[in-house]
Design a protein around this ligand. Structure first.
Ligand SMILES: C[S@@+](CC[C@H](N)C(=O)[O-])C[C@H]1O[C@@H](n2cnc3c(N)ncnc32)[C@H](O)[C@@H]1O
Length: 251
């Protein structure tokens, strides 16, 4: 599934969506067309994207359902105006900064959908530090690039442990899912010499559905990226060793 289609599918039915950094307003328009939300607050830090969004919304006949606001992140957003928050297509550090700075406003949202273009690890660290729970991580594939969509809510269970370094890199919910798949497919992955081979065999299993195959592809690409750096950095070598141990504990 491509990035914007997946983001659209992750938004639950809502009274009003708040879309931070909306730019072309493609997701709000899809949601208004399919009736998932009744209205949208469309924001952007820049004037140009707001104008593009305004024109597209007008052309689609949804001006009555939208309000436009030029602001940095959540700065001038009144959270009572919406019940679901979307921040997609921005860098992970930028999204982390926006939610940290707007933390007092987040408790009013029933869902937060966050999709970083880069540095997912920085965003996971911030989510873990704030009173937010990461409920799921789904991976979109577009032009052979992988994008993680993080689904969160404002809650923290007392039982929530701080997440480990490998969870920050590979994604706690992605690892949870892959852990269950490895257990189910253990006959296909037994006797694998290394984590790379285990992931390759898992992905080749006919029983794996596309949404899980994208999660496996995400982990494989992270693994390869860390492996390239590991020649020079001890921390990366340790990360790979921990991840290898984690894989072998699951097969
Ligand atoms: C690549 S576009 C993403 C558009 C759309 N959300 C998507 O997922 O395709 C990023 C947009 O975020 C806006 N932006 C960047 N930083 C922002 C911030 N701090 N607050 C609000 N908008 C921001 C940019 O002006 C740009 O229009």
């Amino acid at each position: 599934m491509d990035r914007l289609t997946l983001i659209t599918a992750c938004i639950p039915p809502c009274r009003r969506l708040i879309d931070i950094g909306s730019d072309h307003a493609t997701v709000p328009l899809s949601l208004l067309r399919n009736g998932t939300c009744e209205g949208v607050l469309i924001t952007d830090i820049n004037e140009g994207p707001i104008e593009v969004a305004r024109l597209r919304v007008e052309a689609a006949g949804f001006t009555y359902a939208c309000r436009f606001l030029q602001t940095d992140g959540l700065d001038d957003v009144d959270p009572v105006e919406g019940d679901v928050l979307l921040i997609s297509g921005l860098g992970g550090e930028n999204i982390a900064r926006i939610i940290e700075r707007g933390i007092d406003k987040l408790s009013l949202f029933k869902r937060l959908i966050l999709q970083p273009q880069t540095k997912e690890n920085k965003l996971r660290e911030t989510i873990n530090r704030l009173p937010l729970s990461l409920l799921d991580e789904i991976v979109a594939v577009e032009d052979r690039r992988l994008y993680v969509v993080m689904i969160c809510d404002f809650s923290k269970n007392a039982a929530d442990d701080p997440i480990s370094e490998i969870q920050i890199e590979f994604g706690p919910k992605i690892m949870e899912r892959i852990g269950s798949l490895l257990r189910i497919s253990s006959r296909k992955t037994e006797n694998c010499a290394d984590a790379r081979t285990a992931l390759k065999r898992l992905s080749a299993d006919d029983a794996i559905v596309p949404i899980d195959r994208s999660r496996i592809a995400y982990v494989q690409s992270k693994y390869d990226k860390i492996a390239r750096r590991a020649r020079y950095h001890q921390r990366d070598r340790q990360l790979l060793e921990s991840f290898d141990r984690w894989i072998f504990n699951h097969i």
